[in-house]
Design a protein around this ligand. Structure first.
Ligand code: TA6
Length: 308
C-alpha cells in the first residue's frame, strides 16, 4: 500500500514534468507538506515557488537568493486551511462573511494548464480553478479562474475570472501579498497621500484621508485605501531595498500588519514575526465586481525590487 501511494505521487510529478517541465525554467516537486509546487526560474536568476494548493506563490528569491516574500514559520499546511504568507488569492469574498475568510480560491487545489518561456524571456505558468460540488454548495455559481505567474526580474500575477453560468455574479478579488522586510519599524510606504481610507481597526464606516507622504508603521494597522494609485513603493531601509508594487484593474489597496498585540489572534503567526512583513494588498474591497454570464474580468499585480 505504502509503495502504491508512493508510485501514485511520483506519477503525478512525472506527468507534470513531462507535460509542462522545461529544464532550468519550469519544474515540479512535492513539498514537505505533500503539496505539489511548481518552481519557476528566470534567466535573470530569480526563482519562484508556486503551490498548486491555492495557486499561492510561497517563495520568491532574487538573483542573490534573498527571500522577498514572507511565510510564517507557523504556517498551517493543511488541506482546507489557508497558508499564512506569500501571495494568497482573495476570491470571491474579502475578509470574514458567509464564506471562509477571503473566500475559497486559496484553499482549493488548482490545475496546471500551460507553462513555458515567453518571447521576452519570462518563465511563465498558468493555473486554473473551476467550480466544484464543494464550491457550488457554498457559492452557487459556475466559474473559472486562471492565474498566470510570470517571472523575469519582476514578479507578475495575472488573474482572470470567468462567469460560466447563466446569471450574473458578484465578487471581491485580489492579491493579499506578504512582503518580507528586515524590520517593519524602519519601513515606509509611499504613494498613498491624499487617498481616502477606512480603518478596519476603528470600525468600517468612518472615512479618513491619508496625510502622510510616507506611511510609517509603528503599531497595528488595517487600512483599506479606496481608489488608490496604481503604484506604491515600500521602502525597506535596513535591507536597503524597495518594492515597487503596481496594480491594474483593481481599485483598492490594503495595508495590514497585526503588530505584537494583534498577532496573538493568529495561531499561525509567531509572536515576533510581525516585524518581518508588511501586507500591501491590491484587492477590491469597497465595491464588488459584477460579472455577467459568459463575461470575463482580469486584473494583475506586478512587483519590482530595486536597491535604495
Ligand atoms: O487584508 C487584511 C485582513 O483582512 C485583516 O483584517 C486580517 O484579518 C488579515 O487580512 C488576515 O486574514 P486571514 O483570513 O488570512 O487570517
Amino acid at each position: 500500500m505504502v509503495s502504491y501511494i508512493y508510485i501514485e505521487k511520483q506519477t503525478m510529478i512525472d506527468r507534470l514534468q513531462e507535460s509542462f517541465g522545461i529544464p532550468g525554467v519550469i519544474s515540479f516537486e512535492r513539498d514537505s507538506n505533500n503539496f505539489v509546487k511548481a518552481i519557476l526560474q528566470s534567466s535573470s536568476g530569480h526563482r519562484v515557488e508556486l503551490s498548486l494548493y491555492g495557486a499561492q506563490v510561497l517563495s520568491w528569491l532574487d538573483h542573490n537568493s534573498n527571500e522577498l516574500l514572507f511565510v510564517s514559520a507557523k504556517a498551517n499546511f493543511k488541506r482546507g486551511k489557508p497558508i499564512r504568507g506569500g501571495i494568497p488569492l482573495v476570491f470571491p469574498q474579502f475578509g470574514k462573511g458567509e464564506l471562509p475568510s477571503h473566500g475559497f480560491a486559496r484553499t482549493n487545489m488548482w490545475e496546471v494548464r500551460e507553462a513555458g518561456e515567453t518571447s521576452d524571456d519570462l518563465a511563465s505558468i498558468k493555473l486554473a480553478l473551476q467550480d466544484t460540488p464543494g464550491t457550488m454548495d457554498i457559492w452557487p455559481h459556475p466559474f473559472r479562474l486562471e492565474l498566470t505567474v510570470s517571472l523575469g526580474d519582476k514578479l507578475k500575477t495575472h488573474l482572470k475570472v470567468y462567469n460560466c453560468g447563466i446569471t450574473p455574479f458578484f465578487f471581491f478579488s485580489g492579491f493579499h501579498t506578504y512582503f518580507r522586510v528586515a524590520d517593519i519599524a524602519y519601513c515606509q510606504i509611499q504613494g498613498l497621500q491624499g487617498v481616502t481610507y477606512q480603518d478596519a481597526l476603528k470600525g468600517e464606516k468612518a472615512c479618513f484621508v491619508e496625510q502622510a507622504e510616507a506611511l510609517l508603521i509603528d503599531r497595528q494597522i488595517d487600512r483599506r485605501f479606496f481608489n488608490a494609485a496604481d503604484q506604491v513603493v515600500i521602502l525597506d531601509q535596513i535591507s536597503k531595498r524597495k518594492f515597487i508594487v503596481r496594480k491594474s484593474n483593481i481599485k483598492d489597496l490594503i495595508v495590514w500588519n497585526p503588530w505584537e498585540d494583534g498577532s496573538r489572534e493568529f495561531f499561525d503567526l509567531g509572536p515576533n514575526e510581525f516585524s518581518s512583513f508588511v501586507c500591501v494588498e491590491p484587492i477590491f474591497v469597497n465595491q464588488k465586481v459584477t460579472l455577467e454570464p459568459r463575461a470575463g474580468y482580469e486584473c494583475w499585480q506586478e512587483i519590482e525590487v530595486a536597491r535604495i
